[in-house]
Design a protein around this ligand. Structure first.
Ligand code: PLP
Length: 446
């Protein structure tokens, strides 16, 4: 028998150390079930999943076809290692991923989380330059963008740029060369033009190419940094400049992948193929932890050789390529095809944009930023000057807490209220999300 909710809440407070959470202030909310875009807590309350369960749910919870794929794989085997062995489901998934990825990215390294997908890409890029012909062992550094988020393992923290997550650990990490995020106002409040942002990158590349392994970035939109939307053309410009200066390009599509921005992958909107594509979150439609680092044959080839030359990639994660996760990932790709998910997105994106226009007019909202089916609503103390609230006031968190009383779960990024539902969200559900966000914002703007 399940213990009563109050007992579970007590144990939750006592035993479970929650991610990104001040445990002293933690108020348990125990989600017991899911159903489409809805979540049910242990008291039977229903909430709309406005953050797609931390940005990873795609087709809704308990989709019958995903559940069936999971059960069918469990009836065969739950896990076998991919260190030197393989599994039919994982092989098929790798092949299908290569089929939907940008051209050329047909080698798939599986791991278990977004951070590990990034770690693998960083290490592969580093090792590639030591083993390519002729070797360029001085190419060891990375270019990263301020306010970037690439995960919480130390390599990923090193290329991260959200100070409140990374500053503490700086002594433990390596230092990349940093760029300002394009599309973000500078200290004087002016937004640099696309040409200026690309010129800044070109200057860095020209000065440092001899010591640079790769540029790493989130394409089109920096999510955790506060939904920072890049100007059109930036990604394409980065690809051209990295090619010209012989620097690899790592695209972190952990959050943007699998339809979030309106196309299967964000980089496809600018016809860009990176050297490494990092995937996680939506890879299994939000069902199971799995990640993938995709690359092309030219990188792969640099790791080939007789055993004695020790050119292999000595890196791996115990559950990498897990067949249960691969089975759900495969079924998710089938759903993208059979339910015409990408075709359904433009209408939903337009509907969210209409809500964005209305929300932008609210008192206390300094601006709204949208990319595909993601909306960030920035709360400010002064609408005209966009002066922020003192961060200690936690306006974003309080607005989301108020939205919860309207039956919606949202997660803020600082003072940015974020709406990021599963792609399967209906029109009525989108309207409810926007209405609850509005109510939450009004409640804390008075
Ligand atoms: C969430 C996220 C990560 C980290 O993924 P985890 O699975 O939490 O390790 C990396 N990059 C981006 C862009 C993300 O949004």
């Amino acid at each position: 028998m399940t213990p009563p909710p109050h007992e579970l809440a007590h144990w939750d407070r006592h035993h479970v150390w929650h991610a990104f959470t001040q445990m002293q202030e933690y108020e348990p909310l125990l989600i017991e079930r899911g159903d489409g875009c809805w979540l049910l807590d242990t008291d039977g309350n229903r909430y709309l999943d406005g953050s797609a369960s931390m940005w990873c749910n795609v087709h809704g919870h308990r989709h019958p076809r995903l559940d069936a794929a999971l059960a069918a794989q469990a009836a065969k085997v739950a896990h076998t290692t991919n260190l030197g062995l393989s599994n039919p489901t994982t092989v098929e998934f790798a092949r299908r991923l290569a089929g939907v990825a940008p051209p050329g990215l047909d080698r798939v390294f599986f791991s278990d989380d977004g951070s590990t997908a990034v770690e693998a890409a960083l290490k592969m890029a580093f090792q590639f330059w030591r083993q390519t012909e002729p070797a360029r062992p001085k190419k060891t550094r990375f270019v990263a963008i301020d306010e970037a988020y690439h995960g919480d393992t130390l390599g990923a923290v090193g290329v991260g740029g959200v100070d409140r997550f990374t500053a503490m650990f700086e002594p433990l990490t390596f230092a990349p060369i940093r760029l300002r995020p394009p599309g973000l106002p500078d200290a004087s409040g002016r937004v640099p033009s696309l040409d200026e942002s690309l010129a800044a990158l070109e200057t860095s590349l020209a000065a440092h190419a001899h010591e640079l392994a790769a540029v790493i970035m989130e394409p089109l939109v920096q999510m955790a940094g506060g939904i920072i939307v890049h100007p059109p053309g930036y990604l394409r410009g980065v690809r051209e400049l990295t090619r010209r200066h012989d620097v690899l390009l790592i695209l972190d599509e952990v959050a943007t992948g699998f339809g979030r921005t309106g196309t299967m992958f964000a980089c496809q909107q600018e016809d860009v193929a990176p050297d490494f594509l990092c995937l996680a979150k939506g890879l299994t439609a939000g069902y199971l932890p799995m990640a993938a680092t995709l690359t092309h044959g030219c990188i792969w080839d640099a790791f080939l050789g007789p055993h004695a030359e020790q050119r292999a990639f000595y890196h791996g994660h115990t559950y990498g390529g897990n067949p249960l996760a691969a089975a759900v990932g495969l079924a998710s790709l089938d759903l993208f095809r059979d339910e015409r998910v990408l075709e359904s997105l433009p209408a939903k994106i337009d509907r969210l944009a209409a809500h964005a226009t209305r929300l932008a007019d609210l008192d206390g909202v300094g601006g709204v930023r949208q990319c595909g089916l993601v909306l960030g609503i920035e709360l400010v103390a002064d609408k005209a000057t966009r002066r922020p609230h003192p961060w200690q006031e936690q306006r974003g968190r309080r607005a989301c807490a108020a939205a919860r009383r309207h039956g919606v779960l949202l997660r803020p990024l600082g003072d940015v209220v974020v709406i990021m539902p599963p792609l399967s969200v209906t029109d009525a559900e989108l309207d409810k999300l926007a209405a609850a966000a509005e109510a939450g914002i009004r409640a804390v703007s008075r």
